[in-house]
Design a binder for this molecule. Structure first.
Ligand code: MG
Length: 392
C-alpha cells in the first residue's frame, strides 16, 4: 500500500529570499531519511522538546533560585517566552519560524544550575581544563550529551540550529570545533562571519525576554519597588501612556500593562529596524546574510540605548541586590564544593560520567546537567551541609 503523505508544511513561498530553507540546509552530521510530514527544522524542534535536558530547564534558575517561589521565571518559562517572541518577529519578517523556534527552545540547554552564578563557578573550576561556557555547552548537549539514538550520540540536529546555539565561542573552542568538524559551527568565529537571521533573531529575542520579565520578577520578589522603575526611561514612558489610557490604574495591573507595552515597543522596533537593515543590505540569500558586514536583526539606535539603560538598571538594582548576591555566593559554593568532591572521589559521579577518561570535563558535564534542587541534594549528601533550603 502506498504511504499517504501530507502536503509539505514548509511554506517556502511565504519565506523571504534571505530566510533559512530546510531544503537547502547544510544538513546533519549523520544522514537521515526525510520525515514524511515534517521539514528538517520542525524535526529539530521536536527532537529538542523530547530531550531530557529540555525537561530539566523547569528546575533551573533564571534569576531567582527555583525554590524561592513558584511564580518566578525558570529557564523553561523563560525559554518559552523567547520562543514566542522569536516566532512572532520571524513571521513578520518572513523568516523560518520552525528554525527560530528550535534555536530558541534549545538556547539555554547548556545552562548550569543556579544561573550565571553556577556558570561562573564552573568556569573557574575548569580554568585549567578548557573553561566552561553555557553556549558551547548547549551545543555539547545536543551534539554529545543526549543519548537517545541507537546509531549516534546527540540529537543530530541540522547545521542551522547548531549554528544558532553557538552564540559566543572562544577562539580556542572554535579551533577545537573546526578540527573535529571542518566548516562546522566553529568556523564563523575564525572567519568572523555571522549566523543566519533566525539565529540573530533568537539571540535578540532572548535579550528582550529577560530584560522585560526580570522587571516583573524583580517586583514580585520585593527586591524592586514600583517607584524605582521610573528611573528606567523606557518603563517610565510606557507607564505614562498606560496611565493616560487608563487613569487611576495602579498596582499589579499597572505593572503588567506597562510591561506589555514595553515588550510590544521592543518587538515592533526590532521588526521595523531589521526590515530597514535587510532592505539596505539586500542579501540575496542566507549565505549573503552570513557574510554581511553588519548584523541585520537589530534595534533602532534609540531603542538600543533604551535597552542598554534598562540593562544597567537591572544590573545595579536587581542582579547586584545584596539578597541576590548572597544567594549567588551560596550557589557558587555549592558548585565549587561539588566539583572538588567529585575530583577527589570520582566514584560519586554517575557511572557513565565516572567511566570517562576526560575527568574534569566529565565532572563539568555532570554538574552542568543538574537542576538546582538535584545540585543541592547532592551537595548535602556529599558534604553533610545544607547551604540553601530545598523547598520541595
Ligand atoms: Mg536565555
Amino acid at each position: 500500500m502506498r504511504q499517504r503523505v501530507a502536503p509539505s508544511t514548509d511554506a517556502a513561498a511565504l519565506l523571504a529570499p534571505w530566510a533559512a530553507r530546510p531544503a537547502h540546509s547544510r544538513g546533519r552530521r549523520h544522514p537521515v531519511t526525510p520525515a514524511p510530514t515534517r521539514n528538517a527544522f520542525q524535526r529539530d524542534r521536536d527532537r529538542i522538546v523530547h530531550c531530557s535536558a529540555f525537561r530539566r530547564l523547569v528546575y533551573k534558575t533564571q534569576v531567582f533560585v527555583n525554590h524561592e517561589g513558584d511564580l518566578f521565571r525558570t529557564r523553561l518559562t523563560h525559554t518559552l517566552e523567547v520562543a514566542q517572541l522569536a516566532r512572532d518577529i520571524a513571521r513578520a519578517l518572513r523568516l523560518h519560524e520552525d528554525l527560530v523556534e528550535a534555536i530558541a527552545l534549545a538556547h539555554d540547554l547548556g545552562h548550569t544550575p543556579f544561573g550565571h552564578a553556577g556558570q561562573d563557578a564552573l568556569n573557574a573550576c575548569m580554568a585549567e581544563h578548557g573553561g566552561f561556557e553555557h553556549n558551547w555547552q548547549s551545543l555539547r548537549v545536543v551534539d554529545v550529551l543526549e543519548h537517545r539514538y541507537p546509531q549516534h550520540d546527540g540529537l543530530n540536529l541540522t547545521f542551522e540550529t547548531r549554528e544558532g546555539l553557538l552564540k559566543h565561542c572562544s577562539l580556542a573552542n572554535a579551533r577545537e570545533l573546526e578540527v573535529r568538524e571542518p566548516g562546522g559551527p566553529g568556523r564563523r568565529f575564525l572567519d568572523r562571519t555571522r549566523p543566519g537571521l533566525e539565529a540573530q533573531l533568537a539571540n535578540l529575542a532572548d535579550e528582550i525576554a529577560y530584560n522585560t520579565h526580570d522587571i516583573d520578577d524583580g517586583v514580585r520578589s520585593g527586591l524592586l519597588q514600583m517607584a524605582q522603575l521610573a528611573d528606567i526611561p523606557l518603563f517610565a514612558e510606557h507607564q505614562r501612556s498606560a496611565l493616560s489610557d487608563h487613569p487611576g490604574l495602579q498596582g499589579r495591573r499597572l505593572l503588567y500593562e506597562t510591561i506589555r507595552r514595553v515588550l510590544s515597543a521592543q518587538v515592533y522596533d526590532v521588526i521595523a529596524a531589521s526590515a530597514a537593515a535587510i532592505d539596505r543590505a539586500a542579501p540575496a540569500d542566507i549565505d549573503a546574510v552570513r557574510s554581511s558586514a553588519e548584523p541585520l536583526i537589530v534595534f533602532s539606535p534609540a531603542m538600543r540605548e533604551q535597552s542598554m539603560a534598562l540593562k544597567r538598571f537591572l544590573f545595579a538594582n536587581l542582579y547586584r541586590h545584596p539578597q541576590v548576591v548572597q544567594t549567588n555566593e551560596q550557589a557558587r559554593q555549592v558548585v565549587r564544593e561539588l566539583f572538588a568532591v567529585y575530583q577527589e572521589r570520582p566514584c560519586e559521579l554517575r557511572p557513565s560520567f565516572a567511566a570517562r577518561s576526560d575527568r574534569e570535563r566529565a565532572i563539568a558535564d555532570y554538574i552542568a546537567g543538574m537542576t538546582d534542587r538535584f545540585a543541592l541534594h547532592e551537595h548535602q549528601r556529599l558534604t553533610g551541609r545544607r547551604l540553601m533550603k530545598v523547598w520541595r
